[in-house]
Design a binder for this molecule. Structure first.
Ligand code: HAM
Length: 419
């Protein structure tokens, strides 16, 4: 038997209502904040991700699904959306129609990570990119949106972490400072970190090696070396979060696993999902549009992992969903009425009445069982004496009341089942 690929998951019909419920909330909140949806292809040219996320990141270095197509172009299944959205923004000159472009998405992503609870190789994100303004209030908006969605899903065990990576100039200055600090400790670093010392020293913070982390504990912190502009913006973010009643903590180690960030970065962590606890993450990326061939344009965004959020919702029993019911189940008493049943069903279905009936020629008893199983509000009994008299029997399954309705009078059926 061929099974699903490691790290991928089927979303079975029994789970779909929870996904739909989440998607409805996501779409509602984005609409309230006036974001427009964007959909981009599942794969892009590999260079797009290498150039934006960064060659030295885990995502680009180890986790991408990259392949050559028949014309030998290197393509990659998208591991995240920011690069793809920025590519679309530049390609379609979206910035010429509006100075601030506010976009959201819900989409599958692909990363070849080691699968575990809350970590998959195909997973789904919803997220936003707001392109065109340097205002820290827009960074606050990202946190407001993600916090609002998570609260609307009923989640409580949340903590918001924020940090600032400063302007690109500050980062360059800080990189030199960090290099100076690490220089005489370089041979104590892991092999990966020694390589990163030369290629992209900030990425050493991604190291999971304990001895690396020990050395980094005493390293100078970026947050203590911020430029005035980043400091001011950071203060505004903090002040506004307080005003919005969003509790937060500062986390100077929050460098995030992607290279494009400048100034504010944030994550929202759940206390109810185990080690893969980041429900969402994001921040400002003021250089990315320029790096991908656009005009210099400031931007900010975030993305959230849907599987992880639904896991948190399950663990916190944060919402429950009434199982879907149908309006009418048609029970066919006489076998020869099959053609009449499908015809009546179609008439009702095309009036948006949810109708089902038996396709397996089962007994009346078995059909009734099916009607109960599908939580039908009403049952129609078709056949027997009543049929001989030109009628059908409509039964209210909640209170047991029955009415006789002339055959072909589907209008009357519709009137009777109105709530
Ligand atoms: P990210 O932190 O790489 O950021 O991913 C965002 C969220 O996606 C994570 O917090 C997590 O919930 C979920 N996620 C990531 N990897 C996996 C996985 N293997 N399995 C399940 N869930 C996962 C970004 O992707 C940036 N593009 C966010 C952003 C948008 N920054 C600015 N704009």
């Amino acid at each position: 038997m061929i099974k699903s690929v490691t790290g991928t998951k089927d979303i079975l019909p029994s789970n779909i209502p929870r996904w739909k419920y989440l998607e409805k909330i996501v779409e509602q909140v984005f609409s309230d904040f006036n974001y427009k949806e964007i959909r981009t292809p599942v794969f892009e040219e590999t260079a797009l991700f290498a150039r934006s996320i960064g060659e030295e990141t885990d995502i680009v270095g180890k986790e991408m699904y990259t392949f050559n197509d028949k014309s030998d172009t290197s393509l990659t299944l998208k591991p995240e959306m920011t690069a793809a959205v920025v590519r679309a923004y530049v390609e379609h000159s979206l910035g010429t129609q509006q100075s601030l472009v506010k976009l959201f998405y819900i989409s599958p992503m692909f990363r070849q990570e080691r699968p575990q609870a809350g970590r998959f190789r195909q997973f789904h994100q919803f997220g936003a990119e707001a392109i065109g303004s340097p205002s820290p209030l827009l960074d606050v908006e990202m946190i407001q949106i993600s916090y609002e969605i998570l609260k609307s899903l009923g989640l409580k065990d949340l903590s918001v972490k924020i940090n600032s990576l400063g302007t690109p100039e500050t980062r360059e200055r800080y990189k030199k400072l960090l290099k100076k600090f690490l220089k005489d400790k370089k041979n104590k670093l892991s092999e990966d970190s020694r390589r990163r010392f030369d290629t992209n020293v900030l990425r050493i913070f991604d190291s999971k090696v304990e001895s690396d982390q020990k050395i980094l504990n005493d390293a100078p912190k970026l947050i203590d070396n911020l430029d005035e502009e980043s400091k001011n913006d950071f203060e505004i973010v903090k002040e506004q979060l307080n005003k919005s009643n969003i509790p937060f903590e500062m986390d100077p180690s929050l460098v995030r696993g992607l290279d494009y960030y400048t100034k504010l970065t944030f994550e929202i962590i759940s206390g109810s999902v185990g080690s893969q606890n980041a429900l969402c993450g994001g921040g400002r990326y003021d250089l990315l549009i320029e790096n991908l061939g656009g005009k210099p344009t400031p931007a900010t965004g975030f993305a959230a992992g849907i599987e992880r959020i639904l896991l948190a919702c399950e663990n916190e029993s944060s919402f429950s969903i009434n199982e879907s019911e149908i309006d009418i189940y048609i029970v066919r008493i006489d076998k020869e009425l099959e053609a009449f049943v499908i015809d009546l069903a179609l008439k009702l279905r095309t009036r948006n009445i949810k109708v089902d009936f038996d396709y397996l020629q089962r007994s009346v008893k078995a059909q009734m069982r099916e009607a109960n199983k599908s939580k039908a509000r009403f049952a129609i009994f078709m056949g027997g004496e009543e049929y001989q008299q030109g009628k059908l029997n409509l039964k209210n399954m909640q209170n047991g009341k029955e009415v006789l309705i002339p055959l072909n009078s589907h209008e009357e059926i519709i009137n009777q089942i109105k709530v």
